[in-house]
Design a protein around this ligand. Structure first.
Ligand SMILES: [Zn+2]
Length: 289
């Protein structure tokens, strides 16, 4: 997961800018009238989120008697996020926050949408609340859906609030097979404690990250297989080891827990891979010259 800085605007700004672009006067007024309730909900959110306690937030199917969940959904989709609306620039600020446009939930795919951390369906008062809006790829967004956590352990990671620290937590196990198999695993550092460890494991499973990273790793191995075979023939297992170590350290310097960091560490530490596994990546099919 990639940590993101908190959005630079609050829900009061989001509501006022959004309302300024709503031409249906009654609808704009219902939104402005609901601002105290919406701000109150934002305050509660900001108090609970840093402590991993958002699962305690109480859902509701309406914001105020004049603004139910369905109308709030329309306001988000047809006004707040609509192209050319005054509030679209706020939506884009959220969406464009991650470096290189990479989804903070999987650290791999490209941001395509904005996800409501606490889902719209159950928390309409948080539909426009910036700290509840998270840039996400389509897959992560779909996998999360309208899931509502009922305990601390069931909560997915929150890029604005959850800090995984600097300890290593993503590791690879290399299984001797042809081609080599790599399995990604979460190994929680002691400093995390039980709840954070459970949440990371839950997030990893829900987002399908073991499968996603295994597919990326298989492609990466295929990319480097020709070079590894040449290197192994010239410099033996030690040469392969040293190359993998250099690749690991390069990735580690940037991100200690990227799938590439974990991959190269796992390959480097596999005696089998350094001695012979690297020769089994490519099927030994020879195309006619
Ligand atoms: Zn994603």
């Amino acid at each position: 997961m990639i940590r993101l800085p908190l959005p630079t605007f609050d829900v009061a700004e989001a509501v006022q800018v959004c309302a300024s672009g709503i031409t249906i006067a009654e609808r704009a007024q219902a939104l402005l009238d609901a601002l105290p309730v919406i701000q109150h909900t934002e305050t509660a959110y900001r108090e609970l989120a840093p402590h991993g306690r958002l699962y305690e937030m109480q859902g509701s199917d309406q914001v105020t008697p004049d603004l139910d969940g369905a109308l709030m959904g329309v306001i988000y989709k047809s006004h707040f996020a609509r192209s050319n609306s005054p509030s679209r620039k706020l939506y884009e600020l959220i969406k464009m926050a991650p470096e290189f446009g990479i989804c903070p939930l999987c650290s791999q795919r490209v941001v395509a949408t904005v996800d409501h951390y606490l889902p719209q369906k159950h928390f309409p008062a948080l539909n426009l609340t910036p700290v509840n809006l998270i840039p996400a790829c389509s897959d992560c967004n779909k996998r999360k859906l309208a899931m509502v956590a009922t305990s601390a352990e069931d909560q997915t990671l929150h890029p604005y609030y959850d800090d995984l620290g600097r300890d290593r937590w993503l590791f690879v196990e290399v299984l001797p097979s042809s081609p080599p198999t790599v399995e990604f695993k979460v190994r929680a550092p002691v400093a995390w404690g039980y709840v954070l460890a459970a949440r990371v494991t839950h997030h990893f499973g829900l987002m399908g990250l073991a499968e996603l990273y295994a597919a990326q790793a298989a492609s990466e191995l295929a990319d480097v297989s020709f070079f590894m075979e040449e290197l192994g023939a010239a410099a033996g297992a030690l040469g392969v080891y040293q190359q993998l170590d250099q690749q690991f350290r390069t990735r580690y310097a940037r991100d200690r827990n990227s799938w590439k960091t974990a991959l190269y560490e796992g390959l480097r530490d596999s005696e089998w891979f350094c001695a012979e596994g690297y020769r089994l990546i490519r099927p030994k099919v020879r195309w006619p010259e």
